[in-house]
Design a protein around this ligand. Sequence first.
Ligand code: B12
Ligand code: SF4
Length: 457
Amino acid sequence: MGKIFLISSNICTEPYPVYPLGMAVIAGSLKAAGHQIYQFDWLVANRSFFSLEKKLKEFSPDFVGVSIRNIDNVDSLTCDENWYLTEVQNLVRHVREITSGPIILGGPGFSLLPEEILEYVGADYGVVGEGEEKICYLIDRLEKKLPVDRIIRKNNFLSGIQFGRPCLEDEYVNFYVSESGLANLQTKRGCPYNCAYCSYPFLEGKKIRARPAEAVISDLERMVRDYKITHVFFTDSVFNDHEGHFLLLAEELVRKKLPLRWCAFFRPSGLKEKDLILLKRAGLHAMELGTDASTDRTLKGLNKNFVFEEVVKFNNMCVKQEIPCAHFIIFGGPGETDTTVEDGLKNIEKLKYCVVFAFSGIRILPETELYKRAVREGIIQDNISLLKPVFYFSPHVNIQTMNEKIKQAFRGRRDRIFPPSKGQAKMAVLHRFGFRGILWDTLISFPSRKSLVCHEE
Ligand code: B12
Ligand code: SF4
């Protein structure tokens, strides 16, 4: 059995630093297979080559695994300063100077552009998509000196029962909880929808694969017992899955009475009020909503399969139950025109007592409908490198005018955020004042608690 040194290379701290769950899950499955593991978090180590070198020398690994979560920050206005692969390239170079074992890449960022990233970063092997079984297979082949592909992409997805349990490190839990107030956990993988820009179905597959509720509860109980965790983010692509696994989990959470509050990504459509009430009883603290567009035309352009009126109803239902919601809305996507920008901004006014984060342009990722559309419309050439971010902007919209209109419409509102960097600045202030958690929820005051406070103070 091998000695494997795992590195989380993620240095992104927006909207807050997130626990390296991918690395933890890989560590869990390698340990279960009998390997010896050391987990090293580059952000927690303060990006110190000295610490890295010391730990690598002490551990003397046979293999090094590097988890790449983000390529960039997907914000057209600040992505140049937030491109993370140079850092990973330096990290890999440094590891090479110290150890001679093969270096294996994995993680969602890596999986989006595996060939190019492997080449750019200068590693030896890569694992695309979920990694629990594939990394064990790769290491087994390498240990036995059997031939193996440089990039492992077997597409037989694991069932929920086979997902790795995260192997958490005390030091890292303490760091992330003190920085962000949040732990994280995945309860299911997969998304059956087909939103034009979204890479999640490619990363996790289209079929919903849920972990048994008891397995999720057992991980949560451990978090509460061992780390006194009070808030968790469920990292599922879409929490409110159409098969209803989320409701089974909610029932179990109610039954167990865990002292936990949680947030997740929701699709703003098709949720019944009685189910929302159940979720609230189960500890639902806030929802991040994949609303994505604010007119029926642009929703259709993104293939969202719901109309804006449903979003308004969904929002009203959450207001009634006093569940804070944040809508993420991208301007400039397929079908956007100067008129839809204006209509969309008017529609956003119908969303009361919630936060709206607006974005300008959409990061084009491979394997998406948006990629094909961008090629068709001549915005990009087929086979263009997407390593450095390229953004889709509808050819029928003037970008500067659109950005100005959004700024104008959001002016004076603390619960309307554009450009995204403004949100970061706001979060930083709240953080300095000692707030922890998703933070945007503090920007909402429900009518029963206070008169509407949604203007800048
Ligand atoms: C949940 C989520 C969030 C939540 C996280 C909440 C939290 N507290 O954890 C929030 C909303 C905060 C968020 C924020 C951001 N996110 Co996000 N997020 C996700 C999401 C949906 C799931 C990530 C996750 O935790 N999965 C669960 C773990 C267990 O899976 P995993 O990490 O993929 O690990 C598996 C495999 O990748 C592999 N693996 C992982 N590491 C390794 C290592 C080795 C060696 C091997 C072999 C395998 C391997 O095996 C693991 C187990 O199967 C993904 C999309 C997706 N569906 O994957 C985007 C995603 C990771 N996010 C992305 C981005 C860009 C961001 C932000 C930069 C956006 C922003 N500007 O705010 C920030 C960065 C946050 C940060 N500080 O790093 C991108 C990254 C790609 C890119 N374009 O760069 C993704 C892929 C979405 C996308 N747009 O395509 N995110
Ligand atoms: S945006 Fe949400 S619902 Fe649409 S494909 Fe992506 S994860 Fe699924």
